[in-house]
Design a protein around this ligand. Structure first.
Ligand SMILES: *[C@@H]1O[C@H](CO)[C@@H](O)[C@H](O)[C@H]1NC(C)=O
Ligand SMILES: *[C@@H]1O[C@H](CO)[C@@H](O)[C@H](O)[C@H]1NC(C)=O
Ligand SMILES: *[C@@H]1O[C@H](CO)[C@@H](O)[C@H](O)[C@H]1NC(C)=O
Ligand SMILES: *[C@@H]1O[C@H](CO)[C@@H](O)[C@H](O)[C@H]1NC(C)=O
Length: 855
């Protein structure tokens, strides 16, 4: 019935010549955009719908498909300010008028979003002038240039490739080149402000078919603005030709393409096309940009861009997956953290931070639990030496995490040139496997359960080109991806202030993971809703069943947004290789005691990893895809418990005292920041939960810690007995204290509950069918998703507008005075000593740093 009506309808329209028989447009035939005169709309239509009919109904022009996103189309209308699609859909919903034609038509619209213009920020950083290095290992340098026949005049200055001064502080690539591995057959796409394809240092490696200018809507992404230099410099790092111009790229025989998106404003639809552009031929996308790194923004890519990234890893590179490489961000000096940036904290991107030529952490490079690796960039009075815009122009001041990401992308090109069959996840495994620890005495280094060390600043360490290429040669491909989406845990609990946090956990049992076909964990994502008067006061730790702690959210002194965390997804790669079974807890802290308070609303966790059974592997639905909701991935009932247990945790004030190094204690979950001293159950909904913290993190940790020394903070007496016995003694003491405090708090809560006259102070699995179905099926309601996407998109890049009239941090003015370029050297030294509290922002005033790319 439905079909016949539709076909008659279509046949009639075809007769009238309304449906043209035109072939689908490819991205190559993109129409130029006219943002002065036209509004643009992105629509996802059901498979049978004809875009031309939809266009006609709404009075739109069909601009063509949205790149490689199936059934997504771009439409335009004369500029008007209103969202005419939304209005019409709304109108239709309200109207009583119903007929088959309109039902078909409106039913065929699965997603609609009016496009907004936004501008992304490049991640370069201006630098102080460089001093000539003194003592150099010129002998090795000459030998290498001789053997490899390198005649490039600035190769001597390209310390990131071979460092003749600080030996060992380079990407260790020369041994790879000597084997003849130089990036053959791999293309890296520089998604940036264009690249100078007529530079003598780039022209031979330029790949035109993979290139496009999404700002000026022409095929050639040429730098056109005076500051369009960033992309050319990034391209030089990857694939500057071995010739007599400037230096060489780390993968000098790879190809580079340019995708120009940063020079003007752009819509989500065009950014989505860009990230899938020529995605079989462009293997790696190097992205040195993102939302502002001002320590205030909390921005994620819009729905279309998220879909394009998933589409890229599922279908790009003929199904092996596009490799997205993102710069971690330059906001560390503003307390910024890459988990507040939805590009860098995506599981589909490899996040790359920076170290400088002395192997030190440069003040700008952001930390987060989503950091995968670091590689070399500016700092310690030098920067990256590369190609510049112009026939024979070179540049010696390229820096920031902007310069780190392309270097990583180039190293991945070397890897793919020996193993073109690696999937996007194999590359991430290889990073985890082969990255090398830097700054070993940094107290944040912590062993994970697979015996690798992780540090929020450095990820798994610095990339070593030789090590990763060697490991790749014999790498056994991992099995496809699996995932486990927990149900939503509704908490609705106030967040205490000071050194007390609240802890909430979700228990995941082995059967659930088996049912989800999940063998071992790779990425963890936690999506949460949290309200707070001042977002920057809040921080969140994620504790795995094995006691490994990820600082998924950190406090940010400049973030005075009153918006809290709105469905925000944090990510961690620190739990790579864990089995995932047991209690996953989050602990939410508000360490700033002031009038700004808040509450944790709800959260859910997703374990992403490798399948058990390849036969049963499926592709994850696109974000916000509701069609798949009716075909749940996990059809079996969910049995993991989502528990009531919310506990408050006291915490030792963070001290600056050096922590014991744990270099020789593999598998020891030492956590430098959250020493959980007491655990108290404050809220219970059933008598069974008044039991002692048996199931909570602390006791587990005691059990897990076994006899390893150093578990009890050193200022406690040891009684001269083993760690285990100490644990029991203190455990007993702590339990007595808990009991007393617990009873007190329990009574207190009861009183408050009575006062609130509310009996719904409970934590429960959300019963709403949509949500449960959504989490279980691994997708959420399409319409809800669409609405969420629209809202998010509007918030995107407006985060600056967050109220500034909130009381500012007391030290703000002092800090401004303290930010003085003359202090640069001093501060660098302090940085080196690891005293950085993110409070010192170097190199001039805030504005200069925010205008990051104005080199
Ligand atoms: C650097 O490469 C050389 C081979 O050229 C290798 O022997 C050495 O182990 C590598 N360094 C590291 C830290 O892996
Ligand atoms: C590059 O690809 C060509 C054609 O597929 C092949 O013959 C050649 O061996 C490849 N080169 C490398 C270094 O893999
Ligand atoms: C559901 O998801 C799968 C995998 O992503 C996809 O192949 C399929 O087309 C989707 N189904 C619908 C109806 O969208
Ligand atoms: C979070 O997102 C889901 C679906 O994506 C939506 O149903 C829910 O309303 C959102 N919650 C909030 C608080 O925005």
């Amino acid at each position: 019935m439905r079909l016949s009506v539709a076909s008659i309808w279509l046949a009639l329209l075809q007769l009238q010549g309304i449906v043209s028989a035109e072939l689908p447009l490819s991205a190559r035939q993109l129409r130029p955009r006219d943002y002065q005169a036209r509004d643009y709309y992105a629509l996802e239509l059901s498979g049978e719908a004809y875009p031309d009919i939809v266009a006609r109904h709404f009075g739109l022009d069909h601009e063509g498909p949205i790149g490689e996103l199936a059934n997504h189309h771009l439409f335009s209308a004369s500029i008007g300010g209103r969202d005419i699609i939304k209005d019409r859909i709304e109108e239709y919903r309200k109207s009583r008028k119903r007929d088959n034609y309109l039902n078909e038509l409106y039913g065929s619209i699965l997603f609609a979003e009016k496009q907004r213009l936004k501008k992304l920020e490049k991640r370069g950083i201006p630098l102080p002038p460089r001093q000539q290095p003194v003592e150099q290992d010129l002998e090795t340098l000459d030998y290498l240039m001789d053997t490899l026949n390198i005649k490039d005049p600035i190769f001597y200055e390209q310390w990131h490739l071979f460092n003749p001064v600080q030996r060992g502080h380079d990407v260790n690539v020369t041994g790879v080149w000597l084997q003849g591995i130089t990036g053959q057959n791999v293309t890296v796409s520089i998604v940036d402000d264009g690249l100078d394809m007529y530079s003598n240092d780039l022209r031979d490696n330029y790949f035109a078919e993979g290139s496009y200018d999404f700002n000026d809507h022409v095929p050639e992404p040429k730098p056109r603005l005076s500051d369009d230099r960033h992309g050319t410099r990034c391209a030089g790092e990857v694939a500057a030709v071995k010739n007599d111009v400037c230096g060489v790229g780390v993968a000098w025989d790879s190809k580079i393409s340019g995708i120009r998106i940063l020079s003007k404003q752009i819509t989500d639809a065009d950014e989505a096309i860009a990230l899938n552009y020529a995605y079989h031929e462009n293997h790696i996308y190097s992205c040195s940009w993102g939302p502002p790194d001002d320590g205030r923004a909390m921005d994620a890519p819009g729905m279309l861009i998220k879909r394009a990234m998933v589409n890229g890893i599922q279908n790009g590179r003929r199904g092996l997956g596009s490799v997205f490489v993102f710069a971690s961000g330059n906001g560390a000096g503003y307390d910024d953290n890459c988990n507040f940036d939805g590009y860098t904290n995506s599981i589909y991107s490899i996040t790359v931070g920076a170290v400088d030529r002395k192997g030190l952490h440069p003040y700008y490079s952001e930390s987060c639990s989503a950091n995968m690796v670091v590689t070399y960039s500016s700092g310690s009075n030098d920067a990256i030496h590369t190609t510049d815009v112009g026939e024979n122009a070179c540049y010696g001041q390229h820096g920031g995490t902007s310069a780190a990401a392309p270097l990583a992308a180039g190293i991945f090109a070397l890897v793919l040139s020996v193993r073109p069959d690696l999937t996007w996840r194999d590359l991430q495994y290889l990073c985890v496997e082969t990255a090398v620890v830097v700054q070993a005495d940094d107290p944040d280094w912590e062993f994970t359960t697979i015996g690798k060390k992780f540090n929020h600043r450095y990820g798994y360490g610095k990339l070593d080109a030789w090590a990763i290429v060697e490991a790749a040669k014999s790498w056994k491909l991992v099995k496809p991806q699996a995932w486990f989406h927990s149900p939503l845990l509704v908490v609705k609990h106030d967040i205490p202030e000071g050194n007390v946090g609240i802890k909430s956990h979700i228990n995941i049992n082995a059967d659930d993971l088996k049912m989800a076909n999940l063998a071992r964990v790779e990425h963890i994502t936690v999506t949460m809703n949290l309200r707070h008067h001042r977002r920057g006061d809040v921080s969140v730790d994620l504790i795995s069943p094995k006691g490994i702690v990820s600082h998924i959210a950190t406090s940010r002194r400049d973030d005075s947004s009153p918006n809290g965390y709105d469905n925000w997804t944090f990510m961690s790669v620190k739990h790579w290789g864990e089995d995932g079974v047991g209690d996953w807890s989050i602990v939410v802290w508000d360490r700033v005691t002031n009038q700004n308070t808040g509450s944790l609303i709800d959260w859910k966790i997703t374990l992403w990893g490798e399948v058990i059974d390849t036969e049963k592997a499926t592709l994850h639905p696109l974000p916000g895809d509701a069609m798949n909701q009716t075909h749940p991935i996990h059809e079996n009932p969910f049995t993991s418990s989502v528990q009531v247990k919310t506990t408050t945790l006291s915490k030792q004030p963070t001290t600056e005292a050096p922590l014991p190094t744990h270099t020789d204690a593999p598998n020891r979950p030492v956590n430098s920041k959250t020493t959980l001293i007491t655990t108290t159950t404050v809220a219970t909904t059933s008598p069974s939960t008044t039991e002692y913290p048996a199931a909570s993190g602390t006791s587990d940790a005691i059990a897990d810690m076994d006899d390893r020394p150093g578990f009890i903070p050193s200022f406690f007496p040891t009684f001269g007995v083993s760690g285990k016995t100490q644990a029991w003694i203190y455990g007993a003491l702590v339990i007595i204290v808990f009991f007393i405090v617990g009873v007190a708090l329990y009574l207190c809560v009861q009183k408050r509950k009575r006062r609130a006259k509310s009996s719904d102070y409970e934590f429960a699995v959300l019963e709403d069918e949509d949500d449960v179905g959504g989490v279980m099926a691994g997708s959420s309601s399409r319409r809800a998703g669409a609405a969420g996407g629209r809202r998010k998109a509007r918030e995107l890049y407006d985060a600056f507008g967050a109220s500034d009239d909130e009381e500012e941090s007391y030290s703000d003015d002092e800090e401004k005075e303290y930010r003085d370029a003359r202090d640069y050297e001093l501060e660098q030294e302090e940085e080196a000593r690891g005293i950085d509290e993110g409070k010192r922002v170097l190199g001039g005033d805030r504005e200069a740093l925010l205008g990051r790319n104005r080199e």
